[in-house]
Design a protein around this ligand. Structure first.
Ligand SMILES: [Fe+2]
Length: 493
């Protein structure tokens, strides 16, 4: 069920601020009644002390609420959970995720595909962006510099944290968007002009995307391509129409995987529609409050999307191997660029070694327009703002509103909007052997705004060329981040 965010954070802080304002007024009233002229100096000091006390209390309160929310079971997430208890909001590590009915069939089909990849030299381990070669790095650096000069004058580049998990986690891409993105250099397509026009339009949109995030597009025109899942009235399920994954189209067992993924997405489809009806009309405040926001508009057409007849989904299936005696954590991120137009993530942890423990998937979100109490002109409410953390404070990327977390273990199945940043925290392997987990993700695309799919292109260069280009795409994504703290890599759940 959809665990709705009741928006307690700002509301509670605001009410506390109001209380403190009243408390201060009360003190002042008493002071004025008792006050005599020669005591003013002494009272001035007292006033300072009261102010200081209120400020300290506001900060302490704010911190405690923030800590509290971090411990909750994730809000803004549809959780496939047995006996979901509305009252039980704490993350207890006792969550009972539903076991998907076709799990065994799906798992054995994935294993068949992996065997095929093993035998046909098609195994792909995710490259490390830090290994990028000099030439590609130079090209991307140049492009980014030029774009920044043109567009992001006010955007301050933050000092980047070093984050290299190459020794901790090895990721095998079974199906991955990075091996079949659109790029004009290696495809044939009757829709090439339309796709290039789409990029042009996205780049011109110097504003905010449908989630209120600063619109970020690929400078180098890479587009992650979804597969089409069409609803079949006859079979009462969604079915892959056309291609699923270019490097596997010759695999004789691929039809089985298409069928199983059709079943899985059909299982997701009702909750997806429920999640969409909740989020499609919510309005988000802007993440980066810089001068351009005055003239920019939010480009929001997500409410027009209807998933009842078709779903365009970028499919990803990966196997992660976590090194012995290590702890793996990812970075805060959303999926893709604005140009990839991803609305929701459907995630399923189909397999995870039970000795991989303590992992959490954490979520945070940007303030929404309905977070703030309706402004009135009353002096009391205005005064309360003196103890409210400022808008800027709330929008600090490290101070986004926490939405809680979920325990990462086998059978975790969730849907969440691509507005909310998320990160994997602390998956522990305390054994002496490497341990594995397998995940399936559907990144659901806004097909009204980005209608192009893998069926619209034909790949005309060998896979090695696409792999070389992938480094460029990865490096660019690592530099041209959508959020202040975007992952350097593709998403890692
Ligand atoms: Fe992710």
């Amino acid at each position: 069920m959809l665990n709705i965010d009741k928006n307690d954070y700002i509301y509670k802080i605001y009410n506390k601020s109001l209380d403190l304002f009243r408390y201060e007024n009360e003190i002042n009233r008493n002071r004025n009644n008792e006050s005599l002229y020669y005591e003013d100096l002494k009272n001035g000091c007292k006033q300072d002390r009261v102010n200081h006390k209120c400020e300290i209390e506001a900060k302490r309160f704010c911190k405690s609420i923030y800590q509290n929310l971090k411990m909750l079971k994730a809000h803004d997430v549809f959780i496939f959970e047995d006996n979901f208890n509305e009252e039980n909001k704490k993350l207890t590590c006792q969550e009972k995720y539903i076991t998907y009915e076709r799990k065994e069939q799906l798992l054995s089909t994935i294993n068949l595909i992996m065997d095929y990849q093993d035998k046909n030299n098609l195994v792909d381990y995710h490259p490390n962006v830090n290994n990028i070669s000099g030439e590609i790095k130079d090209i991307v650096d140049k492009e980014i510099k030029a774009q920044q000069k043109k567009k992001w004058i006010f955007h301050k580049q933050k000092q980047e944290k070093q984050h290299n998990t190459a020794d901790i986690v090895k990721i095998r891409n079974i199906i991955h968007q990075s091996l079949q993105p659109y790029h004009k250099d290696y495809i044939n397509s009757s829709k090439q002009n339309e796709i290039e026009a789409y990029f042009k339009r996205m780049r011109k949109n110097n504003g905010y995307d449908q989630w209120g995030k600063e619109c970020k597009t690929s400078f180098s025109n890479f587009l992650w391509l979804p597969a089409i899942f069409k609803y079949s009235e006859k079979n009462k399920m969604y079915e892959v129409e056309g291609k699923l994954f270019h490097p596997l189209e010759q695999c004789p067992e691929l039809w089985k995987l298409k069928e199983e993924l059709g079943h899985l997405l059909s299982y997701f489809s009702k909750p997806l529609q429920e999640t969409h009806s909740y989020f499609k009309n919510l309005h988000y405040n802007l993440m980066h409050d810089h001068p351009e926001s005055q003239i920019s508009s939010i480009f929001d057409i997500k409410s027009k999307v209807d998933f009842s007849q078709k779903i365009h989904a970028i499919v990803k299936i990966s196997e992660m191997e976590i090194a012995p005696n290590s702890i793996y954590s990812g970075q805060w991120h959303v999926e893709g660029f604005s140009s990839d137009n991803i609305l929701y993530t459907c995630l399923y942890v189909i397999e995870q070694d039970q000795n991989l423990i303590n992992g959490k998937l954490k979520f945070k979100r940007t303030p929404r327009s309905d977070d703030f109490p309706t402004p009135t002109n009353s002096q009391e409410e205005q005064g309360a703002h003196s103890y409210c953390p400022s808008y800027e404070y709330l929008c600090d990327p490290y101070k986004l509103i926490p939405l809680g977390s979920l325990e990462i273990k086998e059978n975790l199945m969730i849907i969440f909007p691509n507005q909310n940043i998320h990160k994997v925290k602390g998956i522990k392997n305390m054994t002496d052997k490497p341990l594995k987990r397998k995940i399936i993700a559907f990144f659901i695309v806004n097909h009204e705004d980005q209608p192009f799919t893998v069926n619209d292109v034909e790949f005309i260069k060998p896979i090695n060329v696409i792999k070389d280009y992938r480094m460029k795409d990865m490096y660019e994504r690592s530099k041209n981040k959508q959020t202040e703290s975007q992952s350097f890599d593709y998403c890692e759940h």
